[in-house]
Design a protein around this ligand. Sequence first.
Ligand code: C5P
Length: 414
Amino acid sequence: MLAGKRILLVIGGGIAAYKALDLIRRLRERGAGVRCILTEGAQRFVTPLAAAALSGERAHTDLFDRDDEAEIGHIRLAREADLVIVAPATANLMARMAGGLADDLASTVLLATRLPILIAPAMNPAMWEHSATRRNLETLRRDGVAVIGPNAGAMAEPESGSGRLAEPLEIVAAAEALLGGAAPRSVPLVKPHGPGPLAGKRVLVTSGPTHEPIDPVRYIANRSSGRQGHAIARAAAEAGAKVTLVSGPVAIPAPPGVAMVEVETAHDMLDAVEAALPADIAVFAAAVSDWRVAAPAHGKIKKAGAAPALALIENPDILATVARRTAGRPGLVVGFAAETENVVENARAKLARKGCDLIVANDVTPDLGVMGGGDNTVHLVTADRIETWPTLDKDEVARRLIARLADMAGGERP
Ligand code: C5P
């Protein structure tokens, strides 16, 4: 979608400016050409040299730069692209855009351009919530400017609330949607006001692998890292939910603000899940071992003699057990389907078989590096719809999924 497209990236002066450098990289990875303008404030956080090195083109800073004006000029800058992205869009830059000011290169180009504009606001939560910023945002929206983010969550500021720059891949996805002609996403992924879209909700998440003992020192396991499940628990907590995370053995820490119950086997996981109910939303992201050893040895099995034959029996299906409850079933039950072939068809069958409301299906063919890796390409499968998301990192999959579940829990179906 972005291959061969030209993006004019206006970098505003905020601490999040460093993420604009990653955004350049992400856009270029997808084949887009990127030309940068840095405001004076931006240059206090990142250098024109860094932007130039990453974009492969000279970065522009001055309205009255003789070289610039001779070579390219602000009007050409405003024309020679397919899309303008402003990231981070500071409160000041948004105000200048909304007011039609043209007092530096960035604002002049933004006023002179007829190209579609996508802004990614980032600022202190109090500034974001200030009525002046709300007015400016409304004006910009009315002017046809698309907005991505900001998100809630940890920032350089000690205050909590919304104001964090959308992740570079979210900005990329919004740019792709705009260039593809889709309606721009003009709502933040996490609502900017109030206590969060899942405030007052209880969310249960399973994560990680299970370990099924063969004897006291050996076990059957799988390659799940727990990253996706933990990211979902974290995103749910950031959205204001009370979260219980039931996790098999993993090497990553419990996300902040989440109650974690550590388990080993599928049986332990089922017990912990039942103990954690009731919940409004349950997301089963654990890679539960389908089988366990029927009779684990009490002592370590000795190597002497013939190799032992391990008889396996099936483990309880935790997801199906919870989804089929008649009393105390969570309002929304979400399963995962890790497949290596016929991903979507298998997910549809699984949705019906397990009785859940939504399946997040992903292709775990080893070459793709999903198991244990950072990125994930998922399809959301419900009884009447399939939606494929672009490849995103697992934190972003988690945040989008939580935003979607918050909508569904609020009565909207995807
Ligand atoms: O049947 P399959 O293992 O492919 O189903 C995957 C989904 O079911 C995941 O959401 C997983 O967490 C859940 N599951 C479970 N208990 C099992 C097996 C799978 O909760 N024993």
